[in-house]
Write a protein that binds this ligand. Structure first.
Ligand SMILES: [Zn+2]
Ligand SMILES: [Zn+2]
Length: 393
């Protein structure tokens, strides 16, 4: 999740925290490039207080060229990139790729400016459920006392840690409040609201030894494409909670991503036996077979997943895409896309795919009560009318 704490934003701190829980796991500060010792100390203090873990400052790592903002990297600007700016998401991924095994949370800090892929400046960035946050310790441009510096860093770290604990932005008087204008800075609240206080308390009380924590590590490592560490974390999650079919399904996907298809099939079959009503193991096996393992078996698993899915709008959308993209079965794809709409779905991608499949220029309506649309050569697809949403007719 983006933290939109904008450059210069003086976020506010939560109330003094509770005594540290006696949980295993450590926290780390990771400098990227040259970062003043005083700034590392500020991050260390904030992280120790907010996580209740022992904090270690790791040796500085070079700023990775691959994380440069695309504007700087591609040289597309008319004037040279005035200051080397880094993509916050890419820098976070670089930090997550090399975390010590006992990491509870880690703060990556750089003095370089950060931005989003659309080149909006950011001061901090984090994603829900992941272990890392990143922030820019760029000099604020005005003189700050050391106390004010520490408060500023603590506010940034608290806000971003809140994101990792699953807290979204907040409109209440809350440290999770998003800052969208300079005028709002002065009104920034001091504490998390009660709802987000609960996220902070639950988040910091989590144990790195719990199956859920290991599963989150697996999902984090999957996201950055680190299949082997992802599979290791998910295998650990399965070992710690063998009854949870979600962990087994995620492990199957990680093994599939590693190319270990037979092992993935075994794990997914176990997951389906363990939770026969859950759609996910069936979807995962459908993808496994469709991707080359045994394409003829994909369809039965896909349909079995759709049947078990409590969300038919989502299920038919996913099934249609799989039929269209992986199985090259356009008629089956059309059937599922039409079902998506019949159940009240209006996903623009589904509608665009359906139009493409039916005819890219002269739209053939197969069921005018479901889709009433026309193709305008000037304006493209025109949805003239759609039946009311809210379930199958
Ligand atoms: Zn935020
Ligand atoms: Zn809140």
């Amino acid at each position: 999740m983006f933290c939109a704490a904008l450059i210069g934003a003086a976020c506010t701190a939560p109330e003094p925290s509770h005594p540290p829980p006696a949980e295993p796991g450590a926290a780390y500060v990771i400098p990227f490039g040259s970062v003043p010792r005083a700034e590392l100390r500020r991050a260390e203090l904030a992280l120790a207080d907010l996580t209740g873990r022992r904090v270690t400052v790791l040796p500085a790592r070079p700023l990775p060229g691959g994380a440069l903002s695309s504007e700087c990297r591609d040289g597309k600007l008319e004037t040279p990139c005035p200051e080397l700016t880094y993509d916050a998401s890419a820098l976070l991924d670089a930090a997550l790729a090399k975390l010590p095994g006992d990491t509870f949370r880690a703060v990556a800090v750089t003095t370089a400016p950060l931005d989003t892929p659309s080149h909006e400046r950011l001061i901090g960035y984090a994603r829900s459920g992941e272990r890392g946050i990143v922030y820019s310790a760029r000099a604020p441009g005005v003189y700050l006392t050391e106390a004010a510096h520490r408060r500023r860093v603590r506010h940034i770290v608290a806000h971003e840690l809140g994101h990792t604990f699953g807290a979204g932005h907040c409109d209440e008087a809350c440290v999770m409040r998003d800052v969208v204008s300079v005028a709002e800075l002065e009104r920034m609240p001091e504490h998390p609201c009660p709802r987000h206080r609960a996220d902070f308390d639950e988040g910091r009380a989590r144990s790195i030894d719990s199956a859920d924590f290991r599963a989150d590590v697996g999902a984090e490592q999957m996201r950055i494409g680190a299949w082997a560490p992802a599979a290791a974390a998910l295998r650990d999650a399965v070992r710690r909670d063998p009854k949870d079919a979600r962990h087994r399904t995620a492990l199957g996907l990680a093994l599939m991503s590693q190319g270990r298809l037979l092992a993935a099939d075994d794990v997914l079959r176990d997951a389906a036996m363990q939770a026969p009503e859950a759609p996910q193991p069936y979807y995962a096996r459908a993808v496994l077979y469709a991707a080359g393992f045994d394409p003829y078996r994909a369809s039965a698993h896909l349909e079995a997943g759709v049947l078990r899915d409590g969300d038919p709008v989502r299920a038919h959308r996913a099934a249609g895409i799989l039929y269209q993209d992986l199985l090259d079965r356009p008629r089956a794809a059309i059937k599922h896309f039409e079902s998506h709409i019949r159940y009240g779905g209006r996903d623009p991608e589904v509608i665009a795919r359906l139009v493409y499949l039916l005819s890219p220029t002269t739209l053939t309506i197969t069921d005018p009560e479901v889709i009433i649309a026309s193709w305008d050569p000037e304006r493209g697809l025109m949805i003239a009318a759609l039946p009311p949403s809210g379930g199958p007719r």
